[in-house]
Write a protein that binds this ligand. Structure first.
Ligand SMILES: *Cc1c(COP(=O)(O)O)cnc(C)c1O
Length: 334
């Protein structure tokens, strides 16, 4: 932050060469570190929630199916309905402990847009790259939109299997909140409504046109873009980061499964998230643990939605150090 201040970048005009250089550099770094295909487009937006809105507005005529098993997926579905779509917007819920069933999806006629939440932060489940590939193979002409808000930057995602990926920066990127990014396949770009018909400042065709010159349709969060470039410069390649977090998550899951009053919320190891871990226990135990953690300078995540009082969530993000989890484990043993 101090470097950003001193460098003068915070005062530059967002149409200037200095900004264009920063934007281009950040996108190159993002593609390099996360292995995003070269022909995919990257856009700076304000949040993951905004991505829900952008997608629903852009593909308002499309028949859409939202497949989810938790609170974020459900919220996205509800958000799409509120846009007053002209196409049909339907939902398919699946069980926490199961993977998405292709047979159940087959009951719907082939949608134009399929929306999934790759990492369901509310209940700590994830959808594997293999499953995403399978979904794409099943409906190759369907645009596949993927909410990867709490995994992008922490898990190696197979971008090639999806069309529209998005995330906010305050989760695995370890940055202060206030920006989102959207990553789109060439197939997505081909299907955008004509720019002349863009109705919104964040219509995708308009964003795409501005991005030809590494610019945004509005004055962006330049500090966030700068911080992202710095975070990425210091990050290892996602394959390495992903391995480190996966290993740590297994250690944590194993540790928690050995404790008496607590259990892992998700039992099926094939669908457990790596970047967020949810624990399940009696309400009293949960509030005790949160209290003890807080007294020891650690903030644990509350349960979410239906799980508010009898679960808690632990982030396993790249910015966290192993030593912090050792400290956390000690609290649980006490
Ligand atoms: C956090 C989160 C969001 C919302 O992110 P905002 O930055 O608040 O817009 C959406 N989806 C998932 C899966 C999330 O974890």
């Amino acid at each position: 932050m101090r470097e950003a201040c001193d460098s003068g970048i915070l005062s530059v005009n967002h149409r200037s060469d200095d900004f264009i250089q920063l934007s281009q550099k950040t996108i190159f770094l993002l593609k390099d570190r996360l292995s995003i295909p070269a022909d995919y487009s990257v856009f700076f937006i304000s949040s993951a929630t905004e991505a829900w809105q952008i997608i629903a507005q852009e593909f308002v005529d499309y028949n859409t199916v939202h497949v989810y098993n938790g609170a974020f997926g459900k919220k996205w579905f509800e958000n799409s309905q509120k846009i007053k779509p002209k196409g049909e917007v339907r939902s398919l819920e699946f069980n926490l402990e199961e993977e998405i069933s292709i047979e159940k999806l087959a009951a719907f006629k082939e949608p134009d847009l399929l929306c999934i939440t790759q990492n369901e932060t509310s209940n700590a489940t994830r959808i594997s790259n293999e499953k995403i590939f399978e979904l794409k193979q099943f409906h190759p002409n369907t645009l596949l939109a993927v909410d990867a808000t709490s995994s992008m930057g922490g898990e190696a995602l197979a971008f090639i299997s999806g069309d529209i990926w998005f995330a906010s920066v305050q989760k695995c990127f370890g940055m202060p909140a206030g920006m989102g990014i959207m990553v789109c396949s060439p197939a997505t770009i081909q299907r955008l409504q004509p720019c002349a018909e863009s109705k919104y400042y964040n219509s995708m065709a308009f964003m795409n046109e501005m991005m030809y010159n590494w610019q945004t349709t509005y004055t962006p969060n330049v500090l966030s873009i700068f911080l992202m470039s710095k975070v990425l410069e210091q990050s290892s390649h996602i394959d390495k980061v992903s391995q480190r977090l996966a290993k740590r998550s297994i250690e944590l899951y194993n540790f928690f499964s050995g404790l008496p009053r607590i259990k892992n919320l998700i039992e099926n190891t094939a669908v457990r998230a790596t970047t967020v871990i949810a624990l399940h226990a009696g309400e009293k135990v949960i509030s005790e643990i949160k209290k003890t953690a807080k007294e020891n300078g650690m903030l644990l995540g509350n349960g979410y939605g239906n799980w508010k009082n009898d679960t808690l969530r632990i982030a396993n993000f790249p910015a966290h150090e192993d030593a912090e989890y050792e400290k956390l484990k000690e609290l649980f043993v006490k």
